[in-house]
Design a protein around this ligand. Structure first.
Ligand code: SF4
Ligand code: SF4
Length: 174
């Protein structure tokens, strides 16, 4: 079960990264002012260039989250771009595969991507969250003391995003 979630997460991350190549981040820096979760791999990678990484974690949160705003943010620029966390690479896409969903945060870039997805598939069916899923997401959100209220659009599967990526690739071959 855990390995299949991991595999789905990895597949989702890869597709998100490919899709993001067709869009330009607005560099508003908003996502760097929200709590950013780190995986063990992220910490290991960042430790190579910053031996004080553990001091930069938010002690108010059980899981490993960077303090807010992100200590690596200068102005609106990331000072550790090549070493940044995995979630920073896929944002505004977010995976919630423990509940079988993926999401797109409606930041300025997320809104633009979502409009393009709607151009591609005007009949797009968004995931409706059942009570259990809402519980999981609320629990996640409650862990984030300085979270910014930002709507998230949920997709029930990665299939739509795969098709959307193919559509972008075809359009850009012309
Ligand atoms: S990903 Fe979104 S929130 Fe983050 S800098 Fe780009 S536009 Fe702003
Ligand atoms: S690591 Fe870089 S991209 Fe990620 S939140 Fe911090 S400043 Fe932003």
């Amino acid at each position: 079960m855990l390995s299949s979630i991991k595999k789905e997460n990895e597949e989702f991350d890869q597709i998100a990264i490919e899709i993001l190549k067709y869009f330009e981040c607005k560099r508003c820096g908003l996502c760097c002012k929200m709590p950013v979760g780190l995986t063990a791999e992220d910490i290991e990678r960042l430790y190579k260039i910053d031996k004080t990484i553990l001091d930069k974690l938010d002690e108010r949160i059980v899981d490993n989250y960077l303090k807010t705003p992100c200590p690596y943010l200068r102005g609106n620029e990331c000072t550790v771009y090549e070493y940044r966390a995995n979630v920073c690479r896929t944002y505004p896409f977010m995976s919630f595969y423990n509940i079988g969903r993926c999401g797109l945060r409606q930041c300025p870039l997320g809104k633009e991507i979502f409009l393009k997805i709607k151009d591609f598939d005007p009949l797009i069916e968004l995931g409706r969250l059942d009570e259990d899923s809402k519980g999981v997401i609320n629990e996640y959100d409650e862990q984030l003391p300085e979270r910014q209220e930002m709507e998230t659009v949920f997709f029930n599967s990665v299939e739509l995003l795969k098709k959307f990526l193919k559509y972008l690739q075809r359009r850009n071959q012309k």
